[in-house]
Design a protein around this ligand. Structure first.
Ligand SMILES: [Zn+2]
Length: 209
């Protein structure tokens, strides 16, 4: 059910996008490239964190690893932009923002491939931890790429890039993505690893007897 927590977090998520975009416009006119890049990066981090918070919901957030997962999503949403500096082989902001092509962590197909690899690993080893990690990676990278796509489109190597996406579509994808992901994390994940948990419960019972 779409509870109050979900409603408030979704409004905050959309609000963070709009405020972040507006702040960036102001920064570009008034301040230097560093301030603009930091405002953009902070928005990526907040958007990624709020997206995962929507997946977690209150129950997930207050669970054992909820806070850690949230922190990880915030960090992942932000560190994607480090590839600008890695590709430029420079710590100068002008070098980082004037690359001739897009840096590797901005390749959406690469991130989907990494997500699938992690997902397969989680199924192979029956690991709920890796399963959740794979979805955190997906939500952090897709939310980041979607914010960037309103300016430059999605980079789908080797198929090329899409055109810039309209503002309304960017906001729609950002708001819809956590709802899509939570279906898999909370429902499929529960079913996927239900047998594992049952077996663990059985083992725990045997060990404590
Ligand atoms: Zn970026």
């Amino acid at each position: 059910m779409y509870n109050v927590f979900q409603y408030i977090t979704t409004v905050s998520l959309v609000g963070a996008c709009i405020l972040g975009d507006e702040a960036q416009k102001t920064e570009s006119m008034v301040y230097g490239h560093w301030r603009k890049a930091l405002a953009d990066n902070l928005t990526h981090a907040v958007v990624s964190g709020l997206s995962w918070l929507l997946v977690l919901d209150i129950a997930g957030f207050t669970s054992r690893y909820g806070m850690l997962e949230l922190l990880l999503s915030i960090v992942l949403g932000s560190v994607i932009d480090l590839d600008h500096f890695i590709t430029a082989r420079s710590v100068k902001i002008m070098d980082a923002v004037s690359l001739p092509s897009r840096p590797f962590l901005h390749c959406t197909t690469l991130m989907i491939l990494l997500f699938q690899l992690l997902l397969l690993t989680s199924v192979y080893f029956q690991s709920t931890l890796v399963y959740r990690l794979s979805w955190i990676l997906l939500i952090s990278s897709i939310s980041h790429h979607t914010r960037d796509a309103q300016r430059r489109g999605y980079w789908l190597y080797p198929f090329g890039s899409t055109r810039s996406i309209p503002y309304w579509l960017y906001i729609f994808i950002i708001a819809a993505l956590p709802q899509f992901v939570r279906l898999f994390v909370n429902e499929t994940g529960r079913k996927q690893f239900a047998s594992l948990h049952l077996n663990q419960d059985e083992n725990d019972r045997v060990n404590t007897v």
